[in-house]
Design a protein around this ligand. Structure first.
Ligand code: HEM
Length: 468
């Protein structure tokens, strides 16, 4: 059996590349980083609290000790800044948004944006998410039972729909399909690690993997500018008539300390940031959840029963009552974390897990490694959502499970994403049964986010129909 086949022997161990016995040489590392970074991890990474060493990207410390992670992301976070590599990769479009901002600029943006993601505001987006879920179910119901659909782009489409409905709830104003295609193209090219980025070539050296990226970004910025102008004139004319969506909240957001608003380019950059940070990540969390559920009859039945009960109640309470659905999503993000690595650059020296960290060291926390670490998890390779049910969930170290990061720069959209994923998954499980296409090999690949390499073709059946 290869490491990418599914192990049904006793417990369910879904596919993952086997850790290497020893690190690859420099050229093979570069090649593997471009092809699939999760194939570069060695056994030592999964067994030791920290691995420090020189690499072709300079000195790197890979940290998997929860206390040391807490130090990097919380207690001594002032000593760690977002590194230049991710700035080069994420490029111009996101540069002015909160994701890449640093220092005072970040602090001001983060506290200005905080009201957009309070529990109350997030709950106010449940209805729009539910509408998108119902549209998806209606569209799939029209498909012939037994039809094979690729779940990955389907989840991309529905999560983009949710973002569209919550950011620009009165529509995109121009051809929505062209808009969505430009966004998808932008993030697809962005997702390709370019060797020139990794090796820190100057920005004027053209990145062949990113050709076409600028024109998609220009199209997007122009379209968003039109939407912003329209919304601004509506707010000026009749504030009460403007929808209370993310765009209005962004345009009205004020720094609680100074009363200053965001600049227009910060609004644009943050719209792109929310789409970039919240689209594919949530789509992948759902894609992996559906893949894992297709391997477990027990969990698919449990989720369908929970959806039957909860979706009969009020929409505002869905997310908190979908307990088993959330446990499956959390377990899916443990095994297949949509954001599979986070990195920081040490501003000054430090000590982490008994090792000396030099100034400028790239400090990495890989959720892929951390969530499968031998010292932290019982039978780490196996799919078991019980780990995340109430009673067990609280025992997981806060710094051993980081799908949304931690500390002051923790994902601002975490509860938005969990609510969205739970509502969408519940609707799907209530109405359909999905089975992996026969003989399709599922291979996780990290292209900024972690996704199945060749999509996820699944056979769609309406629930209650015999499988055969
Ligand atoms: C399952 C879905 C998601 C996952 C797995 C995810 C993961 C993450 C992670 C790991 C970080 C921290 C990165 C770091 O510290 O280097 C982060 C930050 C961020 N995320 Fe998410 N995210 C998700 C959904 C969303 C959504 C829906 C939004 C917005 C609508 C969003 C907006 C952001 C922003 C703006 C930041 C930067 C925060 C800051 O630096 O202050 N994310 N996300």
């Amino acid at each position: 059996m290869t490491s990418l086949e599914i192990d049904h022997s006793d417990r369910l161990r879904p596919p993952a590349p086997r850790p290497l016995d020893a690190p690859l040489g420099p050229l093979r590392t570069l090649w593997a980083l471009r092809k699939n970074p999760i194939e570069t991890w060695t056994k030592a990474h999964f067994e030791l609290p920290i691995v420090v060493g020189p690499t072709i990207l300079g000195p790197i410390a890979v940290v998997s000790d929860p206390a040391a992670i807490r130090r990097v992301f919380l207690d001594n976070s002032a000593n760690y800044r977002k590194d230049d590599l991710q700035k080069r990769i994420l490029g111009s479009g996101l540069r002015e948004g909160v994701f890449l901002a640093e220092g005072d600029d970040w602090r001001v943006q983060r506290r200005t944006l905080a009201p957009l993601f309070t529990p109350r505001t997030v709950a106010s987006f449940a209805r729009a998410t539910d509408d998108a879920a119902r549209d998806l179910v209606a569209r799939w119901r029209r498909l012939r039972a037994g039809r094979i659909i690729d779940i990955q782009p389907e989840m991309g489409r529905v999560t983009l729909d949710v973002l569209g409905r919550t950011i620009f709830s009165d529509g995109l104003g121009r051809d929505a399909n062209t808009f969505m295609t430009a966004i998808t193209r932008y993030f697809l090219t962005l997702g390709q690690l370019d060797p020139f980025d990794m090796l820190d070539f100057p920005e004027w050296v053209s990145r062949w993997s990113k050709r076409g990226n600028q024109s998609a970004l220009d199209f997007f910025n122009e379209a968003v500018q039109e939407i912003i102008d329209r919304r601004k004139s509506l707010l000026a004319k009749d504030k009460a008539a403007a929808p209370r969506d993310i765009l209005t909240l962004l345009l009205e957001a004020q720094d609680p300390e100074t009363g200053a608003g965001l600049s227009e380019s910060q609004v644009q950059s943050n719209v792109l940031t929310f789409i970039g940070a919240g689209h594919e990540t949530t789509a992948n969390a759902l894609t992996w959840s559906l893949f894992l559920l297709s391997l477990s009859n027990e969990w698919r039945e449990r989720l369908a029963a929970e959806a039957d009960a909860v979706l009969a109640g009020p929409v505002e309470t869905y997310a908190e009552r979908l307990i088993e659905t959330r446990a499956v999503i959390e377990e899916a993000m443990r095994l297949y974390p949509p954001a599979a690595t986070m990195s920081r650059q040490a501003i000054g020296p430090d000590d982490l897990a008994g090792k000396r960290i030099r100034k400028n060291t790239l400090v990495m926390v890989s959720q892929w490694v951390l969530h499968r670490h031998r010292l932290l998890w019982d039978d780490p390779e196996s799919f078991d959502p019980r780990r995340f049910l109430p009673g067990a969930r609280e025992k997981i170290d806060r710094f051993a499970y980081l799908p949304f990061g931690a500390g002051p720069r923790v994902c601002i959209g975490a509860s938005f994403a969990m609510q969205e994923a739970a509502i969408l998954l519940a609707h799907i499980m209530r109405s359909f049964r999905l089975d992996l296409k026969k003989n399709h090999l599922v291979t996780p690949v990290q292209h900024i986010t972690l996704r199945p390499a060749n999509g996820l073709p699944m056979m769609l059946r309406h629930r209650g129909q015999p499988s055969g």
